[in-house]
Design a binder for this molecule. Sequence first.
Ligand SMILES: Nc1ncnc2c1ncn2[C@@H]1O[C@H](COP(=O)(O)OP(=O)(O)OP(=O)(O)O)[C@@H](O)[C@H]1O
Length: 255
Amino acid sequence: MTAILTANNVGMVFQTPDGGSVEAIHNISFTLHAGEIVALIGPSGCGKTTLFNIISGLLEPSRGSFAVEGGDNGQSVGYMLQKDLLLPWRSVIDNVVLGLEVRGVPTSESYPVAKRLIEAYGLAGFENAKPATLSGGMRQRVAIMRTLAFDPAVVLLDEPFSALDFQTRTLLQTDVARIIAEKQKSAILITHDIGEALTMADRVLVLSQRPSTVIRELVIDIPRDARDAVALRSDPRFNDMFITIWNDIQGKAAA
Ligand SMILES: Nc1ncnc2c1ncn2[C@@H]1O[C@H](COP(=O)(O)OP(=O)(O)OP(=O)(O)O)[C@@H](O)[C@H]1O
């Protein structure tokens, strides 16, 4: 398996204005392989956002090393955030091409890429619509298209659906996992939602309380393409894994 992203003994200590320090991440090591979705889940304040900022190249770790295949992290990592951050004055297609435009790709090249994504992922006919006229789920679809349009090596999904209602969120989890598989992308999913991690990921890394380390690695041995977000919830394996992760996050020993 080809490694796309490698974190080796990554640690992060923040200096505080009063001269003290906060150790956010104690030691995290993991590898993301080509085509994989790895979920990071942990208690509130355990350092998920800090790790996300390290992965995206916004922060240098205090210890250890971090590498993304293809070099400069910022260039090879695409984000999808909880807030879709679409530009309200731009149409759907002009939002999808934004990342390409920033990189200087002319519209003669970027529009066909965007049109293919919009058609493939269920928004044909909405190319010229403004974000305000779309539902929350449609806007998140536009956000994933914008992320995929510039062909990043790794897609970072930072609580991507937490602002959506349960039904939309459940449908989009399966959809986005499928889109990532079809585009042969690798992704890291940061989430508080155990069900979301189990629906979308190949592996779940459970993080401890701050300063965080990986306290469990769980391989989800149900093929991704056979996972329906709703049917999965009545699978006994889902329940077992859910309880294991829940106990880890609560700091409880397995029952
Ligand atoms: N710039 C900073 N200076 C000092 N401490 C910081 C800084 N950034 C984060 N921290 C601390 O590091 C810890 C981890 O923060 P982080 O935001 O990464 O957690 P998180 O897991 O994303 O939280 P949540 O689950 O609530 O979104 C927290 O205790 C936070 O207060």
